[in-house]
Design a protein around this ligand. Structure first.
Ligand code: SF4
Length: 426
């Protein structure tokens, strides 16, 4: 979502007559879009403050802004601790950035904008896109769940859906410009439609997009809460040709005890039933997840249950994070009692297990024919190209010719845990 927000703000500034600078050193306006989900991400931003100061010493006219979730979370404290900052702007206020930057230029005084957290989605109808093949489209923001470790409901606010008319206009525009793969974005896309006057849910929105912009060909979405992802969604995934066979369904832990303390509102058993239904309705569909290890009170037995869930669920891939306490979240009241060494050990064990599962699942695809949308050349500069299958498996293949932007059938000839090797079929 931050990626799309940054792209949209870039579009707004280009529309106001700004030009993209080649580097931070050459810029007159420097905006840093930030994430608060993990402490590590925040520390990286605080670590940049010295650099901002140096840039500002060299170019005193430089406008430096902190935008996004950290801006919302820390507000005017940024000005107190870091006088080099001119703008602090939360996720709900991003559409005001061109005006705010103009004001700072004019009046040379800082601006704080964090008051629009639960307003309507403000970044609609922005034509600018940084790519030509894949696009991100925000359909809702915020979250009404209250997972105890998570800061998102406090930095992004409550759930707020964008009207379907505006989404469909954007989808048609992307179709007419030749985009081939669209990812719908929201903190919890499955509760799309809540609070809107029109009677619509997420599966209904997918159906409308299929009707309005079938030429896009591939439609994905992220992210889903297990409690809100159910039969209607899986049926839409089965029945609508555009909707790719890919589901990211964060589980966080395999222990119901830990899930309760996380306030995830689902149990291990419920999760396993959901994915069994998904697999029966969407055969061959891929499944990925997120795990947090070392949550307060997570015992060795709890962690063993997470390992056994990973074995049982056979995810195609998983992101594994070590728990870090976030200010203002309910979990802060729980003792962070799993030692850093133990967290690191659990992280490593789960990652190794997942890598072995991912490898085995990818090896099972050898010999299959898949449809690949190629997105870029490999970084090594050889005539090899990187693309994705409908199920979001990464495929590397050699030409003939330039494959970027092309849909090709490929036979899987080799597999590693994160990449498949393809041979283009004539
Ligand atoms: S569902 Fe839970 S983890 Fe996801 S954004 Fe909402 S509160 Fe955070």
């Amino acid at each position: 979502m931050n990626e799309r927000d940054s792209e949209a703000v870039t579009g707004l500034l280009l529309g106001r007559g700004y030009e993209a600078a080649a580097s931070a050193e050459e810029a007159d306006v420097l905006l840093y879009n930030t994430c608060s989900v993990r402490d590590h991400a925040e520390q990286k931003v605080f670590g940049r403050m010295g650099h901002f100061k140096t840039l500002k010493e060299k170019n005193p006219a430089l406008v430096v802004g902190i935008v996004g979730c950290m801006a919302q979370e820390h507000g005017e404290n940024f000005f107190k601790k870091n006088p080099e900052i001119d703008l602090v702007c939360g996720p709900g206020n991003l559409s005001q950035i061109p005006d705010l930057v103009d004001e700072i230029w004019r009046e040379r005084s800082p601006r704080l904008a964090i008051d629009k957290l639960n307003d309507e989605y403000g970044l609609e109808g922005i034509h600018y896109r940084s790519g030509k093949i894949k696009a991100l489209v925000t359909i809702m923001t915020g979250c009404d769940h209250r997972c105890t470790y998570c800061i998102v409901p406090y930095t992004r606010g409550g759930e707020c859906s964008r009207g379907s008319g505006s989404i469909l206009r954007e989808m048609k525009d992307l179709e007419s410009r030749g985009f081939k793969d669209v990812m719908l974005l929201g903190q919890n896309v499955n509760s799309y439609g809540k609070g809107l006057e029109e009677k619509i849910d997420f599966a209904g929105l997918l159906g409308k997009i299929q009707e309005a912009a079938p030429g896009i060909g591939r439609l994905r979405f992220i992210t889903s809460h297990p409690k809100d992802a159910h039969t209607r969604l899986f049926r839409a995934m089965r029945d609508l040709p555009m909707v790719c066979e890919q589901l990211h369904l964060p589980v966080q832990s395999g222990s119901t005890r830990t899930l309760r303390r996380m306030k995830r509102e689902h149990t291990r058993e419920w999760y396993l039933e959901q994915i069994a239904e998904y697999r029966s309705l969407v055969p061959g569909g891929s499944l990925s997840t997120d795990f947090i290890v070392g949550f307060p009170g997570e015992t060795r037995e709890d962690f063993e249950e997470t390992l056994s869930l990973a074995e049982e669920a056979q995810f195609d891939s998983a992101y594994v994070f070590q728990y870090s306490p976030r200010p203002g979240t309910p979990a802060l009241k729980l003792a962070d009692d799993v030692s850093p060494a133990e967290k690191a050990g659990r992280h490593q064990r789960l990652l190794s297990l997942q890598r072995a599962i991912s490898l085995k699942k990818n090896q099972a695809l050898i010999g299959d024919t898949v449809e690949v949308l190629f997105e870029s050349k490999t970084k090594r500069g050889e005539e090899r190209f990187v693309g994705r299958t409908r199920s979001y498996k990464r495929v590397v293949a050699a030409g003939p010719g330039d494959l970027v932007g092309r849909l090709r059938k490929a036979r899987i000839a080799g597999a590693a845990d994160e990449t498949l090797l393809g041979e283009i079929l004539p």
